[in-house]
Write a new protein. Structure first.
Length: 119
């Protein structure tokens, strides 16, 4: 089992996820960064890793189109995650649905990526 499956990603104070979220948003992410994020979404597309429920999916939704052009297979998996997230959000109370569209709270968009636990 890889290290990514040992992580409890649905928690408050996920500061170790902040660099990955920032890299996704600003397009400086690698193929392995995107794979890591998609794998984390597989059990729950609305997983909370940093600021609010669904923040990882929201960060993926901010990935620039040029990045997806380099990884068409991952783009298809991303689209499946977006669909799963939309279905999951249907049953949420209104205030939780609105929370999904909150700011990610990352500050600067030029932060790098680097998660020590990635394999």
């Amino acid at each position: 089992m890889s290290a990514r499956h040992d992580l409890n990603v649905d928690h408050r104070g996920g500061s170790e996820w902040r660099p990955l979220l920032a890299a996704l948003v600003n397009g400086s992410c690698s193929e392995s960064d995107i794979r890591y994020a998609l794998d984390a979404l597989a059990p729950d597309p609305l997983v909370r890793v940093y600021a609010f429920r669904g923040d990882l999916l929201r960060a993926l939704m901010e990935v620039p189109n040029a990045v997806w052009g380099r990884y068409p297979v991952l783009y298809e998996e991303y689209r499946e995650a977006v669909r799963a997230g939309a279905i999951a959000r249907r049953d949420l109370p209104a205030e939780r649905k609105e929370e999904f569209w909150s700011e990610l709270g990352l500050g600067e968009r030029d932060e790098g990526c680097g998660m020590a636990t990635r394999s």
